[in-house]
Design a protein around this ligand. Structure first.
Ligand SMILES: NC(=O)c1ccc[n+]([C@@H]2O[C@H](COP(=O)([O-])OP(=O)(O)OC[C@H]3O[C@@H](n4cnc5c(N)ncnc54)[C@H](OP(=O)(O)O)[C@@H]3O)[C@@H](O)[C@H]2O)c1
Length: 344
């Protein structure tokens, strides 16, 4: 396994890919809320295989369920619970793992049931630790922006969590660029724990964060954990009938229970056809090319560590993702990919 230091502001080393838990392996049955039952045995196989390969960076969030999104309040916390149980049952060494989780999303109906206030964070850290069956979190992210809590309140609370030994490092996700800059400057000015890592959607079909978040990450020495690196599976090519030049929803895919129509554009169809050619020329799968692009573009173009967080609902998905680690893309490869994704 290849390891990267998660940015200039920390000594934490993580595997070059991370494993996500937003969507977990599913059984065919659904419950009364429409949530899929989770194939816990397959999840454990994936986690064990990842661990045995040296993949140490695991991503979850307090709100995740694993078989439904958006998650109703009756189902929040389930993914953390399964992850905690699986780590215990498999006998994985906690100290070898880097567990990331998140706070901010709604966890209860009351006025303090969501957000980045001290009250909410201090409640949710306890809950996450209990569900994950651990006594500390390695990376604790603010999951989304909370416009109603003063930034200093959130930063000092995170700082306290680190001082109390409950959290090791702080991260931020999905926060608009100028608010993020304000958090970063405030932490710096007040001598508070820095934001060491960011988590945003970044993939070959959605490069919007290159305009502001990436320069900001570079300026502040932050690493980037890239979520939906395969555009929720679209970048594998499985949603395209290439012969007919049309979109399709394959059976058993996420598209069967989540609206993927925002991906189904003519522009994306053109990009995917080009990516398919580039992958086949290099003898790799489209998923491997998309994951390798993130790792390589971070290293060779932006100069920041970019760690794709892969979602695997089958062991095979993880195997394919691991195969991307040995794919070294040249500057010409990166140029070709850049051009392919700039299709009008
Ligand atoms: N901070 C945030 O707000 C945020 C938001 C989203 C995600 N995340 C994190 O990022 C992680 C990854 O996000 P994501 O699940 O959207 O990532 P993704 O890698 O873009 O999509 C993963 C999905 O693609 C399909 N897939 C993966 N590999 C495949 C392969 N080789 N062949 C065919 N299909 C394949 C699987 O779906 P099916 O088999 O079900 O079709 C899988 O669940 C999440 O688990 C979560 O930890 C964070």
């Amino acid at each position: 396994m290849k390891y990267v230091r998660l940015g200039e502001r920390c000594g934490l080393k993580v595997s070059a890919i991370s494993l996500g838990t937003w969507h977990l392996p599913r059984l065919p049955e659904r419950d009364e809320a429409g949530a899929y039952k989770i194939d816990y045995e397959e999840f454990k196989r994936i986690l064990k295989r990842a661990y045995d390969e040296g993949l140490n960076f695991i991503d979850t969030a307090n709100r995740y369920h694993g078989g439904i999104a958006p998650v109703p309040l009756t189902h929040v916390g389930y993914a953390e619970r399964l992850l905690g149980a699986a780590i215990k049952e498999l006998g994985l060494d906690r100290e070898e793992l880097v567990i990331a989780t998140k706070v901010a999303g709604r966890m209860s109906p009351g006025p303090n049931g969501e957000g980045l206030s001290r009250k909410h964070i201090m409640w949710q850290i306890r809950e996450s630790l209990r569900r994950l069956q651990t006594d500390y979190i390695d990376v604790y992210y603010a999951h989304t922006f909370d416009p109603e809590t003063p930034k200093l309140e959130t930063l000092t609370t995170f700082n306290d969590l680190v001082r109390q030994g409950l959290v090791r490092y702080i991260g931020m996700s999905n926060i608009p660029a100028w608010h993020l800059a304000e958090y970063a400057v405030l932490a710096e000015e007040r001598g508070l724990e820095p934001i060491v890592v960011l988590q945003y959607r970044y993939n070959l079909l959605d490069r919007s964060l290159e305009a502001d978040i990436i320069p900001l990450a570079k300026r502040f020495g932050m690493g980037l954990a890239a979520y939906s690196p395969l555009a929720e599976g679209v970048l594998t090519g499985k949603y395209v009938d290439f012969e007919a030049g049309k979109w399709k929803v394959p059976s058993g895919s996420r598209g069967e229970y989540r609206d993927m129509s925002r991906y189904f554009t003519d522009r994306n169809l053109r990009i995917l056809s080009k990516l398919r050619e580039l992958a086949s020329e290099r003898g790799v799968t489209m998923a491997q090319l998309a994951l390798a692009w993130l790792i390589n573009v971070g290293e060779k173009v932006w100069g920041i560590p970019i760690v794709p967080i892969v979602g695997a609902t089958k062991l095979q998905h993880l195997e394919e993702a691991l195969g991307a680690l040995s794919l070294n893309l040249s500057h010409d490869d990166l140029k070709a990919l850049d051009e392919a994704t700039r299709a009008p």
